[in-house]
Design a protein around this ligand. Structure first.
Ligand code: HEC
Length: 157
């Protein structure tokens, strides 16, 4: 049996169109809704903010508080399952701007070390990293906005 090439072209074209359109249909219907927001129960924090927060966390926090937010027992407090982390935002912003020292107790474990100020980070970086830690490691809390950091920084002076 022989095919003329002119007869094959339309068939190949049809197959090609079918394959490519299937691929697009997949992306078109699911892509945005699934990836644009990382939904954690009641709060829906955008993946964009979480990604930016992760970058700051990897650069400025993880060495002490660890990638899992576990900290190191007795030295660096955990950020996972920590009521301060999911608690009052102004207090949290102040910790990053001013640093922290003195005795604290987290989940029954005592810490008495020094965290240096991170006021060299800009308002958005602080907001992003706090939103990230408040919605990672099993935590779930309201986002922190750059404007909130801005006003705490202003009142702080
Ligand atoms: C060099 C180590 C180090 C780095 C880097 C660091 N921290 Fe800390 N952090 C500490 C220590 C130590 C404490 C506890 C201080 C104390 O004992 O009073 C602390 C405390 C905290 C607390 C308060 C915990 C509580 O239960 O009161 C938060 C929140 C926090 N850090 C977040 C961050 C974030 C976010 C970053 C990154 C921007 C960061 N830290 C970077 C060492 C560090």
């Amino acid at each position: 049996m022989k095919f003329k090439t002119t007869e094959l072209i339309p068939a190949l074209l049809a197959a090609f169109i079918l394959i490519t359109s299937c691929g697009n249909a997949d992306k078109g219907t699911q892509g945005n809704a699934m990836t644009d927001s990382l939904k954690t129960g009641e709060t829906a924090v955008s993946a964009k903010i979480m990604d930016r927060g992760l970058v700051v966390y990897k650069t400025h926090c993880f060495a002490c508080h660890q990638m899992t937010g576990s900290g190191i027992k007795g030295i660096y407090p955990p950020l996972a399952e920590n009521k301060t982390v999911t608690g009052e935002k102004t207090y949290l912003i102040r910790i990053l701007l001013n640093g922290m020292s003195g005795p604290i107790e987290v989940n029954g474990e005592k810490y008495n070390q020094v965290m240096v100020p991170h006021n060299f980070l800009n308002d958005e970086q602080i907001a992003d990293v706090l939103t990230f830690v408040r919605n990672s490691f099993g935590n779930q809390a309201e986002e922190v906005a750059a404007d909130e950091v801005k006003s705490v920084r202003k009142a702080n002076r």
